[in-house]
Design a protein around this ligand. Structure first.
Ligand SMILES: Cc1cc2nc3c(=O)[nH]c(=O)nc-3n(C[C@H](O)[C@H](O)[C@H](O)COP(=O)(O)OP(=O)(O)OC[C@H]3O[C@@H](n4cnc5c(N)ncnc54)[C@H](O)[C@@H]3O)c2cc1C
Length: 545
């Protein structure tokens, strides 16, 4: 494995898992019968028994079968059982069983979240969407219905056979579910916005176990909420229908990778600043991110640029926007340019590093500033150095610019829940993703401590310099971070109100049965909300779904 590529990644990733065979649809039995619920020691033992009774070929006890998570902190947890439903009806049955038996649960798509409990339920039931892996291209080829358990690599392979593409993730093993519900930064963000901005409809099992199809016209408020705040807050999304398009170059997209030694840092940061504030806004077909990392094998610190262009068709020349990177001297053995299908790019990234590591991701946002980046990277080295000998340690700071043009695209069909497009003339913005990777649980304490010291100092510096922005990208956030303040007061009030309306019993709240991940609301007092608490808009719905 070429360690230079580690610079170009957010963190380690696992190999894509093949989907399990689809189970035949069972006749769903009456789960509330006395017979089904008698004689079990815990609520989740009961739930598993009821599910096993009706969906025997979809149920697994403990960790048998094909069950993998990207991060070992998540895979270390042991659910009483896990279930792999194959349809919205089966998801609905499973959810109703869990509510009736009061068993706590978690929902898993690609399993790439880093926080224990967010997509695996210790001592509970994990709903693994792995069998929800259909790809159905519409007759007019303008949209694709996608199962929520599919991974991006498998989706791109299926779409490329059809000569189509969608806006999605950049690493094959990541799930369509989590990435799309949190936003979704992609190679196409500058031209089309985030993955969530390109979802036309959501099939969802709501917290009362009913199945709904949510579109901009059927329920604009819930539709908007699902576009960025949708993970584990409003129910279980089973299918996404996404806009599809014919890719501009059937051969794939242009990619350039170049690694720079730390001595070139000030010139490199200046290039990034010029790109972000100028070329990125002029050329809608570019995408880029920059990673700064410590590589144990070399005992050295490097910076690396990942550059993409979706319409540049010459594999041996550099697009104009990236020519300054071509000119700056890099590490000779770590420079490459090529044109490849999106599926290959995402699979290549996926294969470079194995699963089986412990990871933290954390994030904050700021306005372009060479001075801040230089200070942040100094703090990064200061705080990562004392723990640099931890087994398997790869600390990295990845910086992704979000253009004004990309934020404008977030206004499509009533906008999204990220809140950025609600601000006048927003952008360009810089999103930091700190990824901290290590091997042994015995290093957890000092790893977390060093990570927190770095993030606190880095964010405080951005505030002192007046370039800090309150937004925090939920897909990169660490569990202690406040991801909601930055979406804007009115937007947040609306998201919380929608969550209360959709989920009056608080199933998907902090303290509810599905309590992992970033929650909009806490479990209501007494476990049930009043009509007034739901905004006084009827028993449950403001509008009919
Ligand atoms: C190696 C790597 C590469 C990444 N690359 C990118 C990238 O290119 N662009 C980007 O924007 N982000 C990227 N991310 C961040 C990624 O988008 C988030 O970590 C995302 O949450 C992962 O989704 P998942 O389905 O794989 O994870 P999971 O752990 O399965 O799910 C994450 C959360 O979403 C909830 N959830 C998942 N599916 C559903 C559903 N159908 N209904 C309701 N809730 C659901 C889960 O319950 C869980 O709480 C990357 C992360 C990693 C680790």
């Amino acid at each position: 494995m070429n360690p230079f590529f580690l610079l170009l990644l957010c963190a380690a990733i696992i190999h894509a898992q093949p989907g399990s065979p689809t189970a035949p649809l069972e006749v769903l039995r009456d789960l509330t019968s006395e017979k089904a619920l008698k004689g079990y020691s815990t609520a989740c033992d009961k739930a598993c028994a009821v599910i096993a009774d009706s969906l025997p070929s979809a149920l697994y006890y403990a960790k048998t079968g094909n069950f993998q998570f990207w991060d070992t902190k998540q895979s270390d947890l042991t659910p009483v059982c896990r279930v792999e439903p194959s349809s919205s009806e089966e998801v609905s049955f499973v959810l109703k069983t869990l509510i009736d038996t009061k068993c706590h649960f978690a929902v898993k798509s690609g399993g790439h979240d880093r926080t224990p409990g967010s997509s695996n339920a210790d001592g509970g039931v994990t709903i693994d969407l792995v069998r929800m892996n259909e790809v159905q291209v519409a007759k007019d080829r303008k949209s694709v219905k996608i199962g929520a358990g599919l991974r991006w690599g498998d989706l791109y392979i299926a779409l490329e056979k059809e000569g189509l593409m969608v806006v999605g993730g950049r690493v094959a093993g990541v799930g369509v579910g989590g990435l799309t519900l949190g936003g979704g930064l992609s190679f196409f963000v500058n031209r089309h916005g985030c993955a969530c901005d390109n979802v036309l409809s959501y099939e969802i099992v709501l917290p009362d176990a009913s199945i709904a199809n949510v579109t901009h016209s059927s329920n604009p408020d819930l539709y908007r909420s699902l576009r960025g705040a949708g993970a584990s807050n409003f129910g279980i999304v089973t299918y996404f229908t996404m806009e599809s398009f014919v890719p501009p170059n059937p051969a794939g997209i242009w990619g350039g990778q170049k690694v720079f030694p730390w001595e070139k840092l000030s010139q490199y940061l200046q290039l990034n600043y010029n790109f972000t504030t100028n070329s990125m806004e002029l050329d809608p077909d570019v995408a880029a991110w920059n990673s700064f990392a410590y590589i144990q094998a070399y005992d050295s610190w490097f910076g690396g640029a990942q550059m993409r262009h979706i319409t540049h068709t010459n594999a041996s020349t550099w697009p104009e926007a990236f020519q300054p990177y071509q000119e700056l001297e890099g590490v000779p053995q770590a420079i490459s340019i090529d044109i490849k299908p999106v599926s290959n790019i995402t699979l290549e990234i996926d294969e470079l590093v194995p699963s089986g590591y412990r990871n933290i991701y954390g994030t904050f946002t700021y306005r372009p500033s060479v001075e801040l980046e230089a200070k942040v990277l100094n703090i990064f080295r200061e705080e990562a150095s004392p723990v640099k000998n931890m087994t398997g340690f790869v600390p990295a700071v990845t910086i992704q610019p979000i253009s004004y043009a990309a934020i404008e695209k977030m206004k499509k069909r009533g906008g999204n829940a990220l809140g950025l497009a609600d601000n006048a003339n927003e952008g360009p913005l810089m999103i930091i993703n700190t990824s901290w990777v290590w091997k042994d649980a015995s290093d957890d304490e000092r790893s977390y401590a060093a990570y927190h010291r770095f993030m606190e100092k880095a964010e405080a510096t951005a505030k002192e310099m007046g370039v800090w922005h309150p937004y925090k990208y939920i897909n990169y956030a660490e569990t202690t971070q406040d991801v909601w303040s930055g979406v804007g007061g009115d937007n947040l009030r609306e998201l919380r109100r929608m969550q209360r309306i959709v989920d009056p019993e608080g199933v998907f709240t902090k303290g509810g049965l599905a309590s992992g991940y970033f929650k909009l609301n806490e479990l209501p007092e007494g476990g049930k909300r009043t009509k007034e608490e739901c905004g006084g808009v009827g028993d449950r719905w403001e509008t009919d779904l």
